[in-house]
Design a protein around this ligand. Structure first.
Ligand SMILES: Cc1cc2nc3c(=O)[nH]c(=O)nc-3n(C[C@H](O)[C@H](O)[C@H](O)COP(=O)(O)OP(=O)(O)OC[C@H]3O[C@@H](n4cnc5c(N)ncnc54)[C@H](O)[C@@H]3O)c2cc1C
Length: 453
């Protein structure tokens, strides 16, 4: 352990490790502090889909070069070593409570086209993180596992990062890449400036032997009469378990006090979708919880930068987090080369964040993904889903989906006007309603932790 590093990274997820790698490639001294004992152990549930191979996300279209074992970010000009398994999937189906279906990509047509028709692919996140750690260590990054960061303060010319073991790490800059429930954002008082929209909990299992209508697709069943609503989620895993395909099966809802295990049992044993899971075998349990805040508008305070989920509204996705990491790593390198160890020194990152996160990706658009199940009853959702017959574009970008849904809704307006004018009036009001109003119950039910210590 050095007396002081150029960069101390808090959190060894994709954002933190890519930042560490980028800084170390350019000769900086870097420490990574991770609270888990093994970086590659995935404790927090993740769909592990690559967002996005079939469309753009944050201005980037990711390329998977299988031959070279690389995930490439051509617009951002960096690559990640990835020679692990992948599995293509071809469509995304969202089901109403009565099994009406909105389809993003026609499964059979897309599947017949092979790679050219895929919605995207799933990858092995554990494999990716292991590779990144190896690369970082090879470049001289000091990776400290089992170090849970407790506090971060500017002291003189350095940022002092303190862990629960009482260790102190000093850096010219520190990077908060500690994920969705960022303690750094909380202790530095950053969350006080953010709007709170609720707490999201997901529980599930990795399962084999499922009987899915389309095995290599993402399925999202909306469950009956949930208040607040509950969404199922089934997606293939990249790897096999003793030669059998594996899927992640989970339920997500915004009531932290709900009996999530019972909700999962309901999906797999009692719901209209239960036939998918008959005979299914549970391989591994997983889950996660996290708060939804508005994004951090200015990801810098006292020489601490914020990247990835730590600064975002819901999830930046692995690809978004990696882009943040690459950008923040480069910005710190620039600051060190110029000898300008201030906010100005890392201006290129702050400008990029403003353009790609704040200006281009309005978090209110993302939150609109939650509106319909909250504002409409089961019958209304069944009706709307039954009317949308078009196959929508096969994209995974959570900011593009509401746009595509909006276009599909425009087409069915004449039919709704004729058949259910009251519903049309309700739907027309959607765009006018602020998130704070629509999500008022999820906000009340959630555990806001915007206080600092
Ligand atoms: C249910 C679900 C499904 C998802 N599906 C997908 C998907 O299909 N595709 C996709 O790309 N993304 C998906 N995501 C999102 C993806 O997991 C994240 O966006 C991504 O991992 C963010 O990377 P990050 O580096 O910012 O944070 P994380 O990956 O969360 O990494 C943060 C790291 O910081 C560590 N840490 C936290 N606190 C401390 C502390 N105090 N001290 C030290 N270390 C700390 C954590 O242990 C962790 O290792 C999903 C997320 C969820 C919840």
């Amino acid at each position: 352990m050095k007396n002081a590093y150029d960069l101390v990274v808090i959190g060894a997820g994709p954002a933190g490790l890519v930042a560490a790698k980028t800084a170390a490639e350019n000769g900086l001294s870097v420490a990574v502090l991770e609270r888990k004992d093994a970086v590659h152990e995935i404790l927090r549930m993740c769909g592990q889909m690559i967002v996005s191979l079939s469309g753009k996300y944050m201005g980037e279209r990711v390329v998977h070069n299988e031959q070279a074992g690389l995930l490439c970010f051509p617009h951002n000009g960096f690559t990640l070593k990835y020679d692990g398994p992948t599995k293509d999937f071809y469509a995304w189906n969202i089901y109403s409570p009565n099994e009406e279906k909105i389809v993003f990509g026609d499964y059979e047509t897309n599947k017949s086209k092979g790679k050219a028709g895929r919605a995207s692919a799933v990858y092995d996140k554990s494999w990716l993180l292991r590779s990144l750690v190896e690369e970082c260590k090879h470049l001289g990054v000091e990776v400290f596992t089992g170090e849970n960061v407790l506090d971060v303060r500017k002291e003189g010319e350095f940022v002092d990062v303190q862990t629960t073991r009482g260790k102190h790490f000093k850096g010219v800059y520190a990077l908060a890449a500690d994920g969705r429930q960022s303690r750094v954002a909380r202790v530095m008082g950053i969350n006080k400036q953010r709007n709170f929209y609720g707490s999201v909990t997901s529980v599930g299992y990795e399962m084999t032997n499922l009987n899915l209508p389309e095995p290599y697709a993402l399925h999202q069943p909306l469950m009956e009469s949930g208040d607040p609503p509950m969404l199922g989620f089934v997606v293939p895993r990249a790897w096999d378990y003793h030669g059998e395909d594996v899927w992640l099966v989970m339920v997500t809802n915004v009531d932290p006090e709900a009996d999530h295990e019972a909700l999962l049992d309901n999906l797999t044993e009692k719901s209209k979708f239960s036939s998918w899971f008959k005979g299914g075998r549970k391989v591994r349990r997983c889950g996660c919880a996290g708060n939804m805040y508005s994004p951090i508008l200015h990801p810098f305070k006292d020489n601490v930068l914020f990247a990835g989920d730590a600064g975002w509204c819901q999830e930046a996705e692995m690809t978004g987090a990696a882009m943040c990491g690459a950008r923040v790593g480069s910005a710190v390198v620039e600051a060190m080369l110029e000898g300008n160890y201030t906010e100005e020194g890392v201006r290129s990152y702050l400008d990029w964040w403003k353009e790609y996160h704040i200006s281009r990706l309005d978090h209110n658009v993302f939150l609109k993904n939650l509106y319909m199940p909250i504002l409409c009853n089961d019958g209304e959702i069944d009706y709307i889903f039954s009317k949308i017959q078009d196959v929508l574009p096969t994209v995974l970008d959570p900011y593009e989906v509401p746009e595509n849904m909006g276009r599909a809704m425009l087409k069915i307006i004449p039919a709704i006007q004729q058949e259910k004018p009251a519903l049309l009036q309700k739907l027309s009001g959607f765009n006018e309603l602020p998130a704070e109003t629509v999500l008022r119950n999820t906000i009340r039910a959630g555990f806001n932790c915007s206080f600092s210590t």
